[in-house]
Design a protein around this ligand. Structure first.
Ligand code: HEC
Ligand code: HEC
Ligand code: HEC
Ligand code: HEC
Ligand code: HEC
Ligand code: HEC
Ligand code: HEC
Length: 564
């Protein structure tokens, strides 16, 4: 679709800032500046265009909508890092890494200094308008990463990304996957085949959420300027209308892509349930879950009684976010458009004009970026905000907003929960996918899952056959290559293992775990030189990673091992 607007797609050489690996700076902030100045890259890479440029052509005829929309959080959901950078330094205690975020010569820079040395990157994009928080992206070559630190509105400061708070060494690089960008950027591409986060050319064409994200392909409309040539969500049936918002505003406890479908292929006018299936843990607490306005609203009396008549746009204007001064009147009018009995406008709590302060109070936990702030259950008697109670012991996932979800999808949802750390779901994932074995023979993702589960359980026969089938379907599949190689290595077939790991590593040099596995097998095969080369290649992407540096230091006596 918006391919038409993309003027520049040629990849350019790396713009990442690197320090020499042995370069150690022992002094304070001034050194940051010094090495930053030394390593400013000279090449400019093509950049994604922001909404204000990407949608400028709509302004000619929809000036008012365009103008209002540009100030919304959605239009500013992402953009150039230089447009939203708060210079600061931040010391992370547990790892001893000090970060400095700054703008130098018009570039946004993230420099870090760890006990192992210093590194620095040019931040390319920000992600998150900042009413909750903002994180940043950077590239090394064609690999795209997320910064380990993010800015949090609640504390008005930088802190580590969730999950890295307690890390005791320089954090590993965080690969930026298309699945993460899909709701925050527009015209997001899949990573290159066989890779997690490598993008030849632009990973997305536009920063922020463009008009086309909700209105679909606009080319014909711009030419003909007529109705019916562009998607107007309000004219779709309820399922397709709601899909437009659901596609980005629902996560459930887990969501998975349906067999043969990629969430990035969703277009306004489609049913999102054809692409994605959503699941929640039974007994789960709606207010404690990420991005859950959709779920909450569906439980409200307003929605249950109104049915299809009500949607997100009953209260929200997707082109306009009222500011603090106007929000009370704005939402009050929306409530009164349905609650039109005169008493609500006059007699019902006239002392407080803000209906939402009682019926849709804000609740939320600090520093959690995907939490619903506003209680969309629209309760009659407001509840005291709940503290998030950890839910344990649930063994069942149930689908929501996912008509047609299959046993395969459920199996994949259990598997996904397992990957996210929920051990309890292992047996359900295994049983469902094992039952499906005959029907998933063309389903790469499900076969990879089955293979992994099999390998974990020591059922190497299931694992082998699943991974082998995946490689017939896609010879570059990373999961199958790396896992089958480990099985082969265990069987003593080191040459096979190395050649598979190499195929995977050549496409994913930035993945430390993969590099270390390959180096380990190369060393087992007696090839110390190859093992060192592998680790050095990977260290280019994470020079200060303790695990890998230590391994390189210990990479001796491979030849002896090889002879055994
Ligand atoms: C050259 C003028 C022109 C341009 C440029 C233009 N539009 Fe329109 N658009 C119109 C007209 C005229 C209508 C019909 C208005 C009416 O009849 O009420 C319309 C209607 C629409 C509708 C409602 C369609 C319906 O069936 O209800 C949407 C949505 C829309 N435009 C979006 C866009 C977007 C997004 C862009 C930019 C990519 C854009 N327009 C660019 C002239 C334009
Ligand atoms: C299914 C769509 C979806 C995906 C996938 C998604 N997000 Fe979000 N994200 C949202 C929505 C919607 C919000 C706004 C939440 C709100 O305002 O309640 C949000 C909010 C955020 C914010 C805070 C922005 C602000 O409002 O200040 C950050 C930062 C963020 N997401 C980062 C990420 C990262 C990093 C990933 C990938 C690991 C990711 N998101 C994946 C939908 C998504
Ligand atoms: C987040 C989703 C979203 C985005 C982004 C979005 N729209 Fe819309 N737009 C909608 C929805 C939903 C409607 C139907 C509103 C309703 O319920 O009447 C709509 C309606 C319209 C209409 C027809 C009704 C009217 O108010 O005139 C036009 C024209 C339009 N949009 C243009 C644009 C343009 C131009 C942009 C980008 C600058 C844009 N939209 C961005 C969701 C979106
Ligand atoms: C392409 C993904 C995407 C789509 C489609 C989308 N949103 Fe959003 N929306 C987001 C993201 C991401 C944010 C958070 C932006 C930020 O703060 O960085 C957001 C924020 C919001 C907000 C909070 C900010 C505000 O404006 O008050 C509302 C409300 C909202 N969206 C409503 C809607 C509605 C209604 C629809 C459907 C018509 C919709 N969105 C469709 C991604 C999307
Ligand atoms: C699309 C129409 C619609 C909108 C918009 C709407 N409501 Fe409702 N609401 C209803 C309907 C229908 C009921 C069922 C009772 C009734 O008929 O009054 C209801 C019920 C309620 C109830 C009673 C809940 C219960 O559990 O008994 C409250 C409180 C409420 N609405 C508040 C609000 C507030 C506050 C807003 C604005 C933020 C709002 N509503 C917006 C349609 C709507
Ligand atoms: C009955 C009215 C109403 C409906 C319907 C509604 N919202 Fe909201 N929403 C609100 C109010 C009020 C706020 C708080 C706005 C503020 O504080 O300025 C809000 C805030 C939000 C936010 C900002 C984050 C947060 O939780 O505060 C997002 C995102 C959002 N809504 C998405 C949606 C989506 C998606 C839908 C459809 C499933 C939806 N809303 C339906 C009234 C509504
Ligand atoms: C100061 C807090 C407060 C404000 C402001 C407020 N309400 Fe209420 N509302 C309540 C309480 C408490 C109840 C339950 C007791 C009752 O019926 O009065 C209630 C009940 C309701 C009901 C259910 C009535 C029924 O008969 O079951 C609706 C609908 C409703 N409110 C809508 C609104 C709307 C619309 C607004 C804004 C115009 C609003 N409320 C403003 C506190 C508030």
């Amino acid at each position: 679709m918006p391919q038409s607007r993309n003027r520049q797609m040629t990849p350019a050489p790396s713009r990442a800032l690197r320090t020499k690996k042995d370069m150690r700076l022992s002094l304070g902030a001034i050194c940051f500046l010094l090495f930053v100045a030394l390593f400013i890259p000279r090449t400019a890479r093509p950049q994604a265009t922001p909404v204000r440029e990407a949608d400028a052509q709509c302004a000619g005829c929809h000036a008012e909508i365009y103008r209002k929309y540009l100030t919304t959080p959605m239009a500013n959901a992402s953009g150039l890092a230089t447009d939203k950078l708060k210079p600061a330094t931040f010391l992370h205690g547990p790892s001893g890494v000090e970060y400095k975020i700054s703008t130098v010569n018009g570039k946004a820079l993230l420099a870090s200094r760890s006990p192992n040395g210093s590194e620095g990157f040019t931040l390319t994009y920000f992600l998150g308008s900042g009413h909750l928080g903002t994180t940043y992206l950077y590239s090394i070559g064609n690999y795209l990463f997320e910064s380990p630190v993010a800015w949090y509105a609640a504390s008005n400061s930088y802190d580590m990304k969730p999950g890295l708070a307690d890390i005791a060494q320089a954090p590993p690089p965080l690969p930026m996957q298309s699945s993460c960008m899909r709701c925050h950027m527009s015209s997001v591409r899949n990573a290159d085949p066989g890779t997690i986060n490598r993008y030849e050319g632009l990973p997305f064409l536009h920063s922020g959420i463009t008009c086309e994200a909700c209105h679909g392909d606009s080319r014909e409309h711009v030419l003909t300027q007529s109705k019916g040539t562009i998607v107007n969500p309000s004219k779709l049936d309820a399922g397709r209308r709601d899909s437009v918002c659901i596609s980005c505003h629902l996560e459930g406890d887990v969501s998975i892509e349906r067999a043969g479908h990629n969430a990035l292929d969703y277009r306004p006018g489609d049913l999102i349930s054809s692409y994605v299936a959503y699941y929640v843990k039974s007994g789960g607490d709606l207010t404690a879950r990420g991005v859950s306005e959709v779920e909450q609203l569906s439980q409200s009396t307003c929605k249950r009684v109104s049915g299809e008549r009500m949607s997100c746009t009953s209260c929200h204007d997707p082109h306009y976010t009222p500011d603090a001064e106007h929000r009370t009147a704005f939402y009050r009018n929306k409530c009164l458009s349905c609650h039109s009995q005169p008493e609500f406008a006059t007699a019902h709590h006239p002392e407080n004009q803000d209906c939402t302060s009682c019926h849709m109070p804000a609740a939320g936990a600090a520093n959690i970026l995907h939490v619903a702030w506003t209680d969309h259950r629209i309760l009659k008697i407001p509840e005291a905000p709940k503290t998030e109670a950890p839910r344990t012991g649930e063994r069942t996932l149930v689908p929501i907003f996912s008509p047609g979800a299959s046993d395969r999808d459920l199996g994949m949802a259990y598997y996904q929960s397992l990957l996210e750390g929920d051990r309890l779901f292992e047996s359900a994932a295994w049983e469902l996918l094992k039952q499906q074995q005959a029907t998933i023979s063309n389903d790469k993702d499900a076969l990879d899952a089955l293979g992994n589960l099999g390998a974990e359980r020591g059922d190497s026969q299931t694992a082998e056959s699943a991974f082998s089938r995946v490689l017939e379907l896609d010879p570059r599949d990373l999961t199958a290559l790396s896992n089958l190689a480990i099985l082969r290595a265990k069987e003593g077939k080191l040459k096979d293992a190395i050649s598979m790991l190499h195929v995977a590593f050549d496409d994913n040099e930035d993945v430390p775990g993969l590099a270390m596995n390959l180096a380990r097998v190369e060393c087992m095969a007696g090839d110390e030189t190859a093992a060192r080369t592998t680790l050095k290649a990977a260290l280019y992407y994470s020079p200060n990673l303790d695990d890998m540096r230590r391994m390189l230091g210990q990479m001796t006596a491979c030849a002896d091992r090889g002879r055994k």
